[in-house]
Design a protein around this ligand. Structure first.
Ligand code: NAD
Length: 295
């Protein structure tokens, strides 16, 4: 049985690690903040002192961290993964980061005969808990094939997208679409309210039609209840949209909708909403229209 290392036990990483353990893999974990580790230990999961120890004691190391600099730190800082890894092992980065950074990590690890996959996920905390996330993977196909079963312990779908960086390209496209959806829903509900229709009834009326979506189903109740506990934090969506903007510039693509949404997210951050769920985009539309959707 593969020995699996896992670094980054936050909202997503903790339930994902638990799902791997449930399938019988030997698991060794490390997290920067320590509060989560006791719960892991009670499940028989081995706790490491740092990334180096994780890499020494496992065959494949999964990372689930906020952004590119965090993955870089986990890999290359003192007592990081690189200090403990050896040829023939693999790193699977499941964080949502810049595809440019993913390609860099792939090249650097390849020089050490270490495989690298970028394998970001969609599906949120609920999907991570239920083991139903969608995983989108970039890297070498034989490496993907080797770790497919491991990835499926956390997921309902695991898709090979293409060469290194492609997983994160797919993820950024996903984030553009999700943000656009939340923005459109929020604007439309405020429009409906001010025009004289109850937004909750509008939701009931349209959810089964063409405008209906998973985003609408998951986020409308939060918006109507004014309950913006995360979920997926505004600050993480800003991080993703910044990666979208940077990638778009590097490949000479114009993305006017994403650019507008980035400004809305930034305004939410200025209003102190960065730790709230990204459905709090609705509060931007409430504010500029001087209305409340939960009245
Ligand atoms: P999080 O902030 O809840 O968790 C990150 C964890 O990593 C924290 O526990 C932190 O202590 C730890 N950490 C940070 N740097 C570290 C380091 N150098 N070494 C060891 N541990 C370190 O974030 P999250 O919500 O779990 O998101 C993780 C990634 O998954 C992000 O890239 C995010 O965009 C993506 N994602 C999140 C969701 C969601 O709904 N939350 C959904 C899909 C994808």
């Amino acid at each position: 049985m593969l020995r699996v290392g896992f670094i980054g036990l936050g909202i997503m990483g903790k339930p994902m690690a638990k799902n791997i353990k449930r399938e019988g893999y030997k698991l060794i974990v490390y997290n920067r903040s320590k509060s989560v580790l006791e719960e892991m230990e009670e499940l028989g999961i081995i706790i490491a002192a740092n990334g180096k120890e994780v890499a020494e004691k496992s065959d494949v190391i999964i990372t689930m961290l906020p952004n590119s600099p965090d993955v870089s730190a986990a890999l290359f800082d003192e007592n990081g993964i690189i200090d403990g890894i050896s040829a023939g092992k693999a790193v699977i980065d499941m964080s949502s980061i810049s595809p440019v950074a993913s390609k860099e990590f792939y090249s650097k690890l390849n020089e050490m005969d270490v495989s690298f996959l970028d394998a970001p996920v969609s599906g949120g905390e609920t999907g991570a808990i239920e083991g139903t996330i969608a995983v989108m993977v970039g890297g070498e196909k034989p490496v993907f094939d080797k770790y497919y079963d491991l990835l499926m312990t956390m997921a309902s779908s695991v898709t090979y997208v293409g060469e290194a960086g492609s997983g994160n390209i797919a993820k950024l496209a996903n984030q553009m679409i999700v943000a656009s959806n939340i923005t459109a829903i929020s604007e439309a509900y405020v429009f409906a309210k001010k025009a004289g229709a109850d937004p909750k009834v509008v939701f009931e009326a349209i959810r089964g039609g063409l405008a209906g979506s998973k985003v609408m189903e998951h986020k409308s109740p939060k918006i109507f209840d004014d309950n913006y506990d995360p979920g997926f934090r505004i600050e993480l969506h800003i991080k993703d949209m910044q990666n979208v903007m940077d990638t778009a510039r590097s490949v000479n693509v114009s993305i006017p909708i994403a650019a507008s949404i980035m400004e809305i997210l930034q305004s939410c951050k200025i209003d102190g909403l960065e730790k709230k769920d990204h459905s709090a985009i609705a509060k931007y539309f409430e504010k500029i229209n001087n209305t409340k959707l939960d009245d």
